[in-house]
Structures are given as structure tokens and as C-alpha cells.
Design a protein around this ligand. Structure first.
Ligand SMILES: [Zn+2]
Length: 433
């Protein structure tokens, strides 16, 4: 069994909690004394550092939201001075002002070692060639994985996104063993490779996919693994916390949240109450050691559950089970909550269906209508019209059962829906346009 930092990764859970409590206490004391933002927030909430006497007292502290970063644009919450900052990342966001995250050298070191542990846990290391096909630049994906991969002694191929044919040639010529990108982009790479007459499964050394930056399902994992002959691992993080920081281990049962770096809670998004292990709710993270932009109880908006049992890999840190979607991705169709990931989950279990789909929501009169465009596989698309009608009925029926809401399904030709190099856009909600 391979560990990057066995001292922490195998530390008994009770000891980890002691470490977390110490880090939390000193973080709260520091912020109360030196950060006007946190000082005011804690006063409003009527909580003082003296009230933090054990780890569970974290529940007394106020939450933080993305809007806090926007309202304090660009850097009014930073707790490091300009001469301590060594990097900025900026996330554009779809609405409002962007958010700016500053990093001290120690922040970058911690981010890098988080990924070094993660990449080691999926069996990567010296001798591997890791193609980083996440965007480089203001987005954290590219540079984040890049430094983590270099830290473990792997060779990095920093292709960034785009120029897909060249990416595939390099993958072949330089014997790439792992690729980091969005699952949507890997699907696109696989299709372009097929068109170029290059079979990734047979003709490449690729064995590992490090896939994230958008929610994806177990069904999609199975598809990608069987099609490309690789193991596909979920990677997680968000720019406000640092960037991509955590992956699943080789067991593929949720990503490990390193306890000395982050404290994870699952809360009820409506009431803010902490939920028990295994219950589904909103992921909330406290970064225990960040210097430039500390985050206490940051409401990420992703829906997930936590597993606190020791992982079969031997690592003692808790795992977050696959992200089910974002609170703000949730569609309300005729009063029913629908997550795009539920649609993907259902579609991926139907063999006639290809990897791509699109959800279109409209309002006709007072009612919402949901149309799901579904690409078929090449094989099923060539079937007779009567067969296609049967497939359509069966897809509609299964979606209706899974979502508890009526849907219309349109079957479309393989290759006809848009492809994405970065994060995919699977939902077109015409009600809000
Ligand atoms: Zn594990």
C-alpha cells in the first residue's frame, strides 16, 4: 500500500480529531484578533474564541458563502499582506462579480501536498506521464494538478484544453499513462481519437483518468472505464478553497478529505443543522490551515454525504460520497426537484443510449415542460423506425419512474449534441432566459 504522508494518512481518527481541534482553535483566535470580517461575523453570531472548547463547537461559528467573497471583492477578506502573496486565481462565475483567491507560499505548498497524497493514493508516481488537460490560467484546475503531479515525481504534459487532435498525438507519442480533465472532455477526446483511427484502449498506455470540475455519475464511470480501458477517479475541489485537492483512492468509494487540511460537515441546506454521517445534505468545509484566505464553514452548495468509517485502503480520513449535484443546479419541474445527475444516472443504465444528452426546460402557460434530447449509440441508431419508437418509449418510461415527473424524450443522431472542452452545459432552462 502506497502513502505519500503515512504519518497523517494512517493516524487514528481520535488523534486526527485532536489535531483538527488544535488547528481550529488557533485559526479562530487568529481571525478574531486580526480579521475585521471574521471579528464582526463572530460578534454578530455572539460567539467568542473562548466558546470553542471542542471540535463540535465548530457548529457555533457563522457560515461563509460565495457572496461574502463577491461582496468583499477583490481582497478585503484576505488575512495576508501583499508581500506575502505569491499567486492569485480568479473564478468568473456565471453571475455577478468574480471571486479572487490569494495564496501564500505555504497555501500553495499545502494545496500541492494535498494532491500529492491524492495522486499517490490512486497509484500514480515516478514513471507516470500525466497529461493535464484542465485549463491553465486563472482557473485552478490546470496549475493545481500540475504541481501535485510534479511533486510525486511524475512527468507532466501540460496540454491545457483544446487542440484535441494534437492532444491525442502527444498522448500516443509520449506514452501518457494518466489524463486529468473534465469527464465531458475525456468523452470528446475518445470520440475524436476514434475518428482519427486511434483506439485508446488498445493503442495507448493510458490507464488512469482523473476526472472532475463537474458532477458525473457511477454510470458514466462504468461507460468511460469500459470504453477507454482505464480506471476513472473522481477529483474534487473548488477555487474558493484552493482548487482541486481531493481524489478518491484506488477503492473508488468517495474522495478522501485530509483531516489536517480540511474539516468537512454535511448540513441541512434549509436549516443549517449538521446532519449525521450517511445523510445527504450540503457540503460545508473549513480550511484549517489556510493563511491568505481562510474559509470557515464555507457553504459550497454541492449535495453529498460523508462516510466516517476507515477506508479499506487504510486511510483514516473521512470520505465524501460522490457529489450528487449542486444546490443551484437543482431544477424544479412542476414542483418536483430534479437533478441533472439523476437524468444521467438513469440514461447511463440504458445500453441503447450514448454518452451525451441535453435537458431543455420550457414553460407553456403555467406548466413546466421538460424535454430530454438523448443521443443513441451508433448501433441502435441504425435500427428500424419501429425499434426506435420502442426505445423512445422505454427511455421515457424509465426517466418518468426515476424523476417522478413527466418528460418528453427526443432521440438524436450520435454526434449531434454539443461537445465541451471544459465544464459541460447539459441544461438549457428557457424559463430563466
Ligand atoms: Zn481510501
Amino acid at each position: 500500500m502506497q502513502y505519500w504522508d503515512p504519518r497523517v494518512e494512517e493516524m487514528p481518527a481520535a488523534d486526527l480529531r485532536k489535531v483538527q481541534y488544535k488547528l481550529l482553535k488557533s485559526l479562530v483566535c487568529r481571525l478574531y484578533s486580526f480579521s475585521p470580517f471574521y471579528h464582526d461575523r463572530m460578534k454578530e453570531q455572539k460567539v467568542h474564541p473562548d466558546d470553542i472548547r471542542e471540535l463540535s463547537d465548530i457548529g457555533k461559528l457563522p457560515f461563509m458563502f460565495k457572496r461574502d467573497l463577491r461582496d468583499n471583492y477583490p481582497n478585503r477578506i484576505f488575512t495576508a499582506s501583499q508581500d506575502e502573496l505569491v499567486r492569485y486565481h480568479v473564478s468568473s462565475g456565471t453571475t455577478g462579480k468574480p471571486t479572487v483567491v490569494g495564496y501564500t507560499q505555504r497555501d500553495l505548498d499545502l494545496w500541492t501536498s494535498s494532491l500529492a497524497r491524492a495522486l499517490t493514493s490512486i497509484g500514480l508516481g515516478r514513471g507516470d506521464v500525466i497529461q493535464v488537460s484542465y485549463g491553465y490560467g486563472l482557473f485552478t484546475g490546470g496549475l493545481g494538478v500540475h504541481y501535485g503531479a510534479e511533486r510525486i515525481g511524475a512527468t507532466v504534459l501540460p496540454t491545457s484544453v483544446g487542440n484535441t487532435e494534437r492532444q491525442i498525438e502527444l498522448m500516443q507519442d509520449l506514452n501518457v499513462t494518466a489524463i486529468a480533465c473534465t469527464p465531458s472532455y475525456l468523452l470528446h477526446i475518445g470520440e475524436v481519437a476514434e475518428k482519427m483511427g486511434f483506439d485508446i484502449k488498445k493503442d495507448s498506455c493510458l490507464k488512469t483518468g482523473i476526472l472532475g470540475a463537474e458532477p458525473w455519475t457511477e454510470g458514466m464511470r462504468t461507460r468511460i472505464e469500459n470504453w477507454l480501458g482505464i480506471k476513472a477517479y473522481d477529483i474534487y475541489g473548488t477555487s474558493e478553497l484552493s482548487g482541486p485537492m481531493f481524489t478518491e483512492c484506488a477503492q473508488q468509494t468517495g474522495f478522501h478529505i485530509w483531516s489536517d487540511i480540511a474539516y468537512a460537515e454535511i448540513i441541512d441546506p434549509k436549516t443549517g443543522e449538521a446532519l449525521e454521517a450517511g445523510e445527504k445534505g450540503e457540503l460545508t468545509i473549513t480550511m484549517l490551515q489556510k493563511e491568505a484566505l481562510p474559509m470557515i464553514r464555507y457553504r459550497i452548495g454541492d449535495i453529498a454525504s460523508i462516510d466516517e468509517d476507515v477506508c479499506p485502503c487504510g486511510r483514516t480520513s473521512p470520505r465524501i460520497n460522490r457529489i450528487q449535484g449542486r444546490v443551484d443546479d437543482m431544477l424544479i419541474i412542476r414542483g418536483i426537484n430534479v437533478f441533472p445527475s439523476q437524468v444521467e444516472y438513469t440514461l447511463m443504465s440504458i445500453p441503447e443510449v450514448g454518452q451525451h444528452f441535453q435537458i431543455v426546460v420550457e414553460r407553456s402557460g403555467a406548466l413546466d415542460d421538460m424535454l430530454i434530447r438523448v443521443e443513441l449509440t451508433k448501433k441502435s441508431f441504425s435500427d428500424k423506425i419501429t425499434d426506435l419508437m420502442k426505445i423512445r418509449q422505454s427511455v421515457e418510461h424509465r426517466l418518468r419512474n426515476a424523476l417522478s415527473v413527466a418528460v418528453d424524450v427526443e432521440l438524436v443522431e450520435p454526434g449531434s449534441l454539443p461537445r465541451f472542452e471544459g465544464k459541460s452545459k447539459k441544461v438549457i432552462d428557457k424559463r430563466v432566459l
